[in-house]
Design a protein around this ligand. Sequence first.
Ligand SMILES: *[C@@H]1O[C@H](CO)[C@@H](O)[C@H](O)[C@H]1NC(C)=O
Length: 414
Amino acid sequence: MSSKEARQQLLALSWTKKALTLSYVVFVFPLAFLWKLAKSPVQLRGYPKPWRRKIREILLQAIRDGLDVTQMRFLLKGNTKTAYEAWAKSKDVDPREDVIAHGGRILWVGKGPKDSEEDSKVVLYFHGGGYLLPMQEWSLDYWSTAIKVLEKSKKHVSVAALAYNLSGESTYPVQLNQALAAIEHLLKVGYKPSNIVLAGDSAGANLVFQVLLHLNLLRLRSTSSASDVDVAETGVATFELPADLKLRGALGISPWFPVHSKKAAAKSYQENRGSDIISPEALRDFARIYAAGVPESHKPHFDFTTTPKEWFKGLDGVVDRILITVGEKELLRDDILEVARGKVAEYHPDTTIILQEFGVHDDVFYDAAAGLDPLTTKLTLEILEWLEAVLNQGTLGRWPRLLSLKRDKASHSD
Ligand SMILES: *[C@@H]1O[C@H](CO)[C@@H](O)[C@H](O)[C@H]1NC(C)=O
C-alpha cells in the first residue's frame, strides 16, 4: 500500500461517524463540559490559573475525551491560510503572504520584509496540531503581542508563520522541505542568518528540530569526521543554503519529540492523563497518520526519542541558542526532558530548558484563546525575555526578573 493510501485509510470518516461527531458536539459535549466544570472546584484547590483559563482547559479536555483526531479535523473546517485571513480581518491589518518553493507559504505578522532595514529580525514560526490540524488564530494573537513587546527595544521584528501542508494531503518530508524553503526565502529577501530565530509549538517544534537536525547532518556528512554517522537518504530536496549557515536561535514550546515512538510509556503519560489537554490516543493517532508509509529508516529524522545521540554532535555550529519549554502537567513531559537534556543540551552548551509549573501541553497559547492577556503568564514573559536577548545579541537576565519559574537543572542560561 502506498503511503498516500495508508493515510487516506486512517483518515477516512464514514457518513455515520460524521453524524455521530455532530451529535456529540450538540448533545453530549455541553453536558460533558458542565459535568467537568461542576467537579472542578474540588480539583482546583491550589491551582494558580485564572478561572477563565481553567474553563478553557476544561473545554479542551471535554474535546479530548469525546473526539478522535479525525473528528477534530472534520470539525476544524478551515486551513492555516483561512485562519490567517480571518485573523487579519478581525485585527484590521493587511494580510501579506509570500508563496515559496515546495508549495509552502509565508504569512506575515508585523511589518514584514518590505520595509526591512539592514538589521531587521524575524521569527520563523511553525504552528502545532499534530501535523494534521491547521494553525489557529490564537497563535497569531500570541505572536502579535510578542512583536509589540519585542519592538519596544526599537528593533524591527516580524513573525513569518509558515503555512505548511498537513499530513492529510502530504507526507514526510514535505513539511521539512517547506520549512527549509522558508529559510531560503528569508535569506533571499535580505534577512541575515544571525537575525533569524526558528520557533514552533508541539508538531511545529518537532519541525524546528527536524530542520536543525537536517542542517547538522548535512554538515556532519561534509566533514571527514562523519564516517561514524550513517544517515539514510530521506528524499529531502536540495537547497542552496550557505554551507556555514548558522541561525540565531531556536525555540521549541512543548516539542512533540516522540513521534511514532514505541517508547511513549513514560511516567508522565500516566501521571498527567487527567490534567493535560491532549490524550495519549490522540498523540498515537497523529503519529500514525504522519508516519503512515514512511520507511523505518526515516523515522529517526522526526522521532527524536529514537534519533542516535551522535546525530546532534556539533549542533552548536548550526544555531547559536536554544530554548525548550515543557509543562509539568503534560503527557510529553518526560520524553521532552529526556531528549532535551540527553541529546540537545548534550551537544549544545547554550540550551535553556524551562519546566513550567502547572503547565499543560502548549500552555502559553490558551491565555489569548481565553481572552486573557498573554503577558500575564510567567512562561510567556520568560520566552519573550529569551527572544529579546537572543534577537539583540544580548545576554539573558537584562529584564527585571518578574519570574520565579522552576529552572530545570540542565539549564545553562545566565
Ligand atoms: C500541498 O497541498 C496542496 C493542496 O492540498 C496540494 O495541491 C499540493 O500538491 C501539496 N504539496 C505537496 C508538496 O505535497
